[in-house]
Design a protein around this ligand. Structure first.
Ligand code: C2E
Ligand code: MG
Ligand code: MG
Length: 330
């Protein structure tokens, strides 16, 4: 058999600040990994900036290990609203890490490191179980019967062979009716693994769980997968919503909304920040929205307060004319 190989090369110069031969090799190794990250089959020259980045990633990794044991993670819940009635329909659970020294660390910063280090899977399962338990508790304690909980699922978690069994187990243990759980997956999960995925998504549907495609339009979209998978909800990414007032921005969002509707999916606009965006979305028939215009992600105690504020109300949905204190960013 004829084999083809490629090489990724890391180059470090003795003048780049390494004190020992071992450090020099380490630097070359760091540069080689950078060459691989950049698409392989290339060379990369080491620079001291890489050392800082590697050190800070390593530090996050060490801190993450400790964070799991010390229970430094928590969840916040961002309201999702019906645009036409301005009533609450559910929440998206979002992960937060309260670092003992650095304070709040953004998921955008630590999730990629945690994924790389293989730490994200246990965190993801913790998120799913906690969010389902929280929604089950709210349903019992308050008039929150109709609300659903959205949980983000990472690619690695979704690809675990016993994923569906584990989800069933969480549902059983928490007592949350499966129709009140929506799993958010991204395009990457679907496209990269199309053959396995179809079976798995159908299995989840059979369990009664709803499925949403998150950050739609930001991955390498292939429209054909949208036809073949049983998706219930399409979430229009913040990057499109925020550009609705620019040339062609509006047309793109309108096209995505129409696409979702034609495929019998409900559409949620993410990151709605202005009244103008809300009006445009209403006009194009987008059903649901979440964003700072309505509410930032809330701590569980603030959500509970929201329910008690409205406990006298006869509405099943806890809020009419949904107005929330903006609160501190969480
Ligand atoms: P996402 O799932 O698309 O979540 C929406 C993000 O948009 C959240 O950022 C939310 O706080 C932010 N957002 C909401 N409204 C607005 C707005 O009006 N303007 C702006 N600029 N942003 C808004 P967050 O919480 O930082 O999460 C970032 C990403 O991290 C999430 O994107 C999701 O991909 C990931 N993530 C968060 N929690 C989890 C989790 O528990 N598990 C997994 N696997 N991923 C998670
Ligand atoms: Mg999401
Ligand atoms: Mg999103």
């Amino acid at each position: 058999m004829e084999l083809y190989t490629s090489a990724s090369i890391g180059i470090a110069l003795a003048s780049s600040g390494s004190a020992t031969p071992n450090e020099l090799l380490q630097d070359a190794d760091t540069a080689m990994y950078r060459a691989k990250q950049q698409g392989k089959n290339r060379y990369q020259l080491f620079s001291s900036g890489m050392r800082i980045q590697v050190n800070s990633q390593l530090q996050i990794e060490v801190d993450l290990q400790r964070a799991i044991a010390n229970q430094e993670f928590s969840l916040v819940y961002q309201p999702i609203l019906s645009l036409s009635t301005q009533t609450l329909v559910g929440f998206e659970a979002l992960l937060r890490w309260e670092h003992p020294v650095r304070g709040l660390v953004s998921p955008a910063e630590f999730i990629p490191v945690a994924e790389e280090a293989g730490l994200m899977i246990p965190i993801d399962w913790w998120v799913l179980a906690s969010a389902c338990q929280q929604m089950a508790d709210w349903r019992k304690a308050y008039a929150a019967a109709d609300l659903t909980i959205n949980v983000n699922i990472s690619a690695k978690q979704f690809l675990q062979t016993d994923f569906c069994e584990k989800v069933s187990q969480v549902i059983e243990e928490t007592g949350l009716p499966p129709s009140h759980l929506k799993l958010e997956i991204t395009e990457g999960v679907i496209i990269n693994n199309a053959t396995h995925i179809s079976k798995r998504l159908n299995h989840l549907k059979e369990l009664g769980i709803k499925l949403a495609i998150d950050d739609f339009g930001t991955g390498y979209s292939s429209l054909s997968y949208l036809y073949s998978f049983p998706l219930d909800v399409l979430k229009v990414d913040y990057s499109f919503v925020s550009r609705m007032d620019q040339e062609n921005g509006l047309a793109i969002v309108r096209t995505i909304v129409t696409l979702g509707h034609n495929l019998q999916m409900a559409v949620v606009a993410e990151g709605v920040e202005t009244e103008t965006q809300k009006q445009y979305l209403l006009e194009m028939g987008c059903e649901f929205a979440q964003g700072y215009l309505f509410s930032r992600p809330l701590k569980p105690e603030d959500v509970s307060q929201l329910f008690t504020m409205d406990s006298q109300s006869t509405h099943v949905s806890p809020t009419q004319n949904f107005i929330l204190p903006m609160g501190a960013p969480v």
